[in-house]
Design a protein around this ligand. Sequence first.
Ligand code: UD1
Length: 429
Amino acid sequence: MRYLIEGGRKLSGTVPISGSKNAVLPILAATIITGKKTVLHNCPDISDVRCTVDILKYLGYHVSMDADTITVDTGFDASPRVPSQLMGKLRSSIIFLGAFINRFGSAQISYPGGCELGKRPIDIHLSILSQMGVQIHEDITGINCKAPSLKGGEYRLNFPSVGATENVMIASLIADGPVIIKNPAKEPEIVDLQNFLNKAGACINGAGTDCITVTPTNTFSDCEYSVCSDRIEAATYLSAAAATGSTITLTNAPVSDLGKTVNILEKMGVIVMPHSQTVLTVTAPNHLKPVDMIATMPHPGFPTDAQAILMAALLRAAGTSMIVENIFENRYNHVEELKKMGAQITVSGNTARVYGVKELHGARVRARDLRAGAALVIAALSAEGKTLIDDVYHIERGYENMILKLRSLGAKAEILPSAEQSATLLRHS
Ligand code: UD1
């Protein structure tokens, strides 16, 4: 599929933010360890969630989806294997590793997929699990793990990897004593995983700080939980408003998780007015100011997932902005595509310089990864003329109803079949 966007219009109105992709994916994997019925609310209807549901169904578990609620029943045995076609569809499939080790004491999985943002190794996951006593055998087809038992104790991540922190939290619940995780990731999605596991019966403390303590348990109960809202989707609509000089209101938004993104938008001259913990209004001027420096960092630093999105808003700022990408080595996939729309950007190593231009123009561009695609949508909204974005399946991995939401804000945007789909339709007409 493709998106066709006619830019140059202001947005107005209210947009609801969906549940968080990066929170719901590890929570869905973690439902395996409870062996109970879990009802999850505020789940986004995106393709990464549907892939994760497919994995749970492949394993033999009962899963049903009704609007934003997903019900998973893991109260029976299944096999700890996921075929490579399913594993390779998304990065967060790696969290099934910790869940399998917990539930089955073994795991056989192939390597995870996800956006091409660089090497994305899993050495930190495997290093901590191996220190805890998991026997790991790796070959080109994947990873075989056996965990007769896990040793409690203190473990330190050499980098606060989000996925490794989630895997270790989930696996640690079967250790023979308390597990202390030092230098964990502190992202809000880690806190959400802790909150979910505790609601299901676990005792985990410290998520969001420099030290997480897991007290092992194998006693869980049925549980109903509402996933947190998506801070990156919220950042995307804030940036869309900034890029188009608009005033819009976000509802169901994770207001307290938007700190660094809001700080940058305020430096650009945007006014962000929270009304409550979940509602905020953003008002952007017609001319944005450039920003000296945006450096992506682990939370609570500026999120790498919002880098492309903010860059798109800075394209028409009155001056030069500098962006440094510190988390992924290959996260400037959007730059060459944005240049097709008239953007002036230079990249040297992990540093991008964005030279604000008076006007962007529509072009035919390609979404090369999820957030790169979102950046193209934002640029298209602020450009003169029509932009055709190919390969939007990347965008649909992480954004629920993006085109519908933008249309409800007054954007001129539509979904078209891909070139191949159009050709097939023509052949059959
Ligand atoms: C998660 C998010 C992703 C976000 C990223 C950083 C999900 C599904 N995805 O990805 O949207 O951009 O956090 O906030 O939650 N690394 C290693 N070895 C490892 C693990 C990671 O070197 O074993 C490196 C990665 O290559 C990357 C950095 O650490 O350079 C951050 O990765 P990590 O925090 O693990 O990100 P993900 O969990 O993959």
